[in-house]
Ligand binder design. Structure first.
Ligand code: NAD
Ligand code: ZN
Length: 377
């Protein structure tokens, strides 16, 4: 019996996580987000495996499907224009709800199409990657990439409904599943020691071949979504709390930048979490032993625990400056204090300016202690 109850999260829209939900999508949309027409914007690979199941029960004459080539390159203004023009050609008005079926690329792109079409039409998010389920489908950030960088053009546009069918993860390659596990480890670290421990207890099973079938996975996904939702909710009061979601990501973005994005996001995040936990310990912000716990967790998930040997510390340090979080030349870090808690930071903004020598020291010790650093040539 699939769990059909919406999660109890502080969001303005229902989030459903369970198994076999895709076959019930028409009914769920009719219940929670009814409209006259439905425009499916679907990842081309996902369309082949899950497209028909997602559309079953929708009236064909009121439904249009637009497939989008898989991959980050589709998160572009060109693709936004193609989709928007196709929807306008079809006569889509405010009576149209966009249904995004795919990973974070589709969620961000289709969300931005919905945000801008007629100055905003409803969107339903149907995430099919673990990362999209636990991260990108909630929080309302939509957008596209430009030559100047990722996510530089976009809008906040909350979905009307999120439906995460965990069974869709059965077709997701293990490497991509690990991207989501890295974010879930981050969620435990930043807000919930019990979530961290429960997750670790199910690793490496969750990272392995039958990981999508682990019975506890839907509950763990729901828990991770709850953590992100609470952080986003608290930030509505301008606390800057959303910064904590950046845990591990200052170094992760530097690694991605230095490797020109030829590295899985989850690998960069895993190494970033370990380096930043070591940094927090060395600064006296985090309690002793935290970084080893984080390193152990990422290794159990089959993720790397240190930066790539092919990139020097000086290059990584320089790359942290290209991150959006760099203000007035001093790079800000969202640092953990212990399992489940983050540092408020000196200005109460949930981020801490860190001098270069401290970052270099943390990178050096992370390299020395790493058992399986990122492999890159
Ligand atoms: N909006 C936000 O808050 C937010 C947060 C985090 C990340 N993001 C964005 O999300 C994107 C990354 O998301 P992603 O990792 O899901 O990438 P993605 O959407 O590119 O999906 C990864 C790959 O998985 C394939 N795929 C998707 N579902 C599948 C399934 N069930 N079975 C088999 N293959 C499947 C896709 O075809 C694609 O090749 C980035 O663009 C990032 O900027 C947004
Ligand atoms: Zn991330």
């Amino acid at each position: 019996m699939p769990n059909r109850a919406a999660l109890s999260v502080p969001l303005d829209y229902p989030v459903l996580v369970g198994r076999s939900l895709l076959g019930d999508l028409a009914e769920l949309v009719a219940t929670y987000a009814p409209n006259h027409r439905y425009a499916f914007i679907v990842d081309a690979a996902v369309e082949r495996t899950h497209g028909a199941a997602a559309r079953a029960g929708f009236a064909p004459e009121r439904t249009r499907t637009l497939a989008v080539p898989s991959g980050e390159a589709s998160k572009s203004r060109a693709e936004w224009m193609r989709l928007t023009d196709a929807l306008l050609d079809w006569g889509a008005g405010r009576d149209t709800t966009v249904i995004a079926v795919g990973g974070g690329v589709i969620g961000d792109l289709a969300g931005f199409v919905a945000a801008t079409l007629h100055r905003g039409v409803p969107v339903v998010q149907v995430p099919t990657t673990l990362l999209a389920m636990v991260d990108s489908s909630v929080g309302g950030k939509t957008g596209v990439d430009t030559v100047a960088g990722k996510n530089l053009v976009g809008a906040f546009h909350n979905p009307q409904l999120v439906v995460a069918d965990v069974n869709t993860l059965r077709t997701l390659p293990e490497l991509l599943r690990r991207d989501g596990l890295a974010e879930m480890i981050k969620h435990g670290l930043l807000a919930d020691a019990d979530h961290f421990t429960a997750l670790c207890g199910l690793l490496p099973a969750l990272a392995g071949g039958a990981g999508a079938d682990v019975a506890e996975l839907p509950a763990l996904i729901g828990h991770s979504i709850g953590i992100k939702a609470r952080v986003v909710h608290e930030d509505a009061r301008e606390s800057g709390r959303r910064q904590v979601l950046n845990a591990g990501h200052t170094v992760a973005h530097a690694i991605e930048h230095a490797l020109t994005y030829r590295v899985a996001h989850g690998s960069a995040v895993a190494a970033g979490l370990v380096v930043e936990a070591r940094l927090a310990e060395q600064l006296g912000v985090a309690e002793h032993g935290l970084a080893d716990m984080v390193a152990d967790a990422v290794r159990r998930a089959g993720l790397p625990d240190g930066p790539p040997a092919s990139v020097s510390d000086a290059t990584l340090l320089e790359a942290t400056r290209s991150d959006k979080k760099a203000r007035a030349g001093v790079v800000q870090y969202a640092l953990p204090t212990r399992l489940g808690a983050m540092s408020v930071g000196p200005a109460g903004r949930w981020s801490t300016p860190v001098p270069d020598d401290a970052v270099l020291a943390a990178l050096a010790s992370a390299r020395t202690l790493a058992r399986r650093p990122i492999l890159a040539n």
